[in-house]
Design a protein around this ligand. Structure first.
Ligand SMILES: NC(=O)c1ccc[n+]([C@@H]2O[C@H](COP(=O)([O-])OP(=O)(O)OC[C@H]3O[C@@H](n4cnc5c(N)ncnc54)[C@H](O)[C@@H]3O)[C@@H](O)[C@H]2O)c1
Ligand SMILES: O=C(O)C(=O)C[C@@H](O)[C@H](O)[C@H](O)COP(=O)(O)O
Ligand SMILES: [Zn+2]
Length: 370
């Protein structure tokens, strides 16, 4: 029942194992790449409470000992204070250059721990054991690591590939429905950016995925990882095509900054809203038919997801305020925003040819519906 996706990056290549029961086998899977039988694990309080002892015994089966740092859960942990605490803890633990650090949690823990590993003693290896759907389909793969800055999302970080990824499908069973659906936003993104058959499959299988169907979950994680691995192998540091994985994110990151990186808007929720906006923008620019944004919105709505700016509670900035936040996007070149747009479902492309007034009008219209 286990699947393996290979990320073909030459000397930085690694495998993603996907399937049930992987925590119990973690020791056996990690042992071949360990220099000595000990690891340091960074996790959050939710994951630790439910799954840390299973990981500890899975490692112990192969004679590997572990110490853990348990951080608070949530996006605000992806910040300087927790980053400093993590790096100092790893140094206190005398983690050596040939040791491996384990990121055991969702995307927040993966991004923070990966960045700590990137700078610790100028770079130590790390293993991703992603426990949220979002982390299994996206953040644990591809080596983007980092933290948020007051100026914007993920503005401080490094490309640092993991040495191994273990995506245990069983742990998805303890996610809250809200966190599961947030991760689903990134799954839908893959279909929208490059695989219309996958999107069509999700239209049929999305409800089964959400209600816990194991084979549907494995298939969705595998297809997402295959697509991400293929793009990352082509363009590891986002000089070109990797930006496709940013579909919906220019809007999403501005909305996350506007809502204070808290529980008002989760990253995956912002991605879903951002994808709907990107398709609407594509339609307004005459790139795709009206049916495409409608179909995107309909599937997200049927899954019970946030689709519109009106689904975000509380105040958000006006159109100019959101455009100002977008100006910090890492895809900006010579002060010019770049967007991921689509000629249809599964046909995304990267462009800077987007008049500011069209984006402004779109945001104004969407804000007026709040
Ligand atoms: N590096 C990348 O390529 C990349 C890609 C996508 C997203 N991200 C980042 O990932 C972050 C979002 O990740 P996320 O949605 O996993 O958020 P998260 O890490 O905050 O996890 C969501 C919530 O689920 C809980 N949780 C995780 N696994 C659980 C489990 N098995 N059982 C019960 N609870 C569990 C966490 O404690 C948390 O409360 C954002 O910061 C985003 O920017 C990075
Ligand atoms: O891996 C990538 O590349 C992505 O863009 C994946 C995104 O889902 C993810 O949210 C990423 O962290 C965004 O990257 P950023 O460079 O726009 O911060
Ligand atoms: Zn994302």
């Amino acid at each position: 029942m286990n699947e393996t996706v290979h990320v073909g990056l030459g000397e930085r290549a690694y495998d993603i194992h996907i399937g049930p029961g992987l925590l119990a086998r973690a020791g056996a899977l990690i042992a071949p790449i360990l220099a000595r039988p000990q690891v340091r694990v960074v996790t959050d309080e939710n994951v630790a409470a439910i799954h840390l002892e299973t990981l500890r015994s899975g490692l112990a089966e192969a004679g590997i000992t572990m110490e853990a740092l348990v951080l608070p859960a949530g996006e605000s942990t992806k910040s300087w204070p927790h980053f400093t605490r993590t790096v100092e803890w790893l140094l206190e633990q005398k983690v050596e250059r040939r040791d491996l650090v384990v990121a055991f949690g969702g995307g927040v823990i993966g991004d923070l721990t990966g960045f700590a590993a990137a700078v610790l003693r100028r770079g130590v290896g790390f293993v991703q054991i992603p426990t949220s759907l979002l982390a299994q389909v996206d953040s644990s793969v591809g080596g983007k690591t980092g933290i948020n800055a007051p100026q914007g999302k993920n503005l401080i970080g490094a490309f640092h590939q993991p040495n191994l990824v273990l995506a245990d499908i069983d742990v998805l069973g303890t996610l809250t429905p809200r966190d599961f659906l947030a991760g689903y936003g990134e799954v839908v993104k893959y279909g929208l950016l490059g695989d219309s058959n996958f999107f069509e499959w999700l239209e049929g299988q999305g409800p089964a995925l959400a209600s816990g169907d194991e084979s549907a979950r494995i298939a969705a994680v595998r297809r997402s990882c295959e697509m991400k691995a293929e793009i990352v192998a082509r363009d590891e540091t986002e000089q070109g095509d990797r930006a496709l994985l940013n579909l919906g994110h220019t809007f999403c990151h501005a909305l996350e900054a506007a809502t204070g990186y808290g529980s008002r808007l989760l990253h995956g929720e912002g991605v879903a809203i951002g994808c709907a906006l990107a398709f609407e923008l594509s339609h307004r620019l005459g790139l795709c038919s009206q049916e495409d944004p409608s179909r995107v919105r309909q599937h997200l709505a049927e899954m019970g997801m946030k689709v519109d700016l009106s689904h975000i509670e509380g105040d958000i900035p006006d159109a100019d305020g959101l455009l100002e936040l977008m100006a910090q996007d890492k895809k900006v070149i010579d002060g010019q925003l770049r967007f991921i747009l689509a000629r249809g479902i599964g046909e995304a492309f990267v462009t800077s040819d987007v008049p500011r007034n069209v984006v402004r009008d779109l945001l104004q219209d969407e804000l007026a519906r709040r």
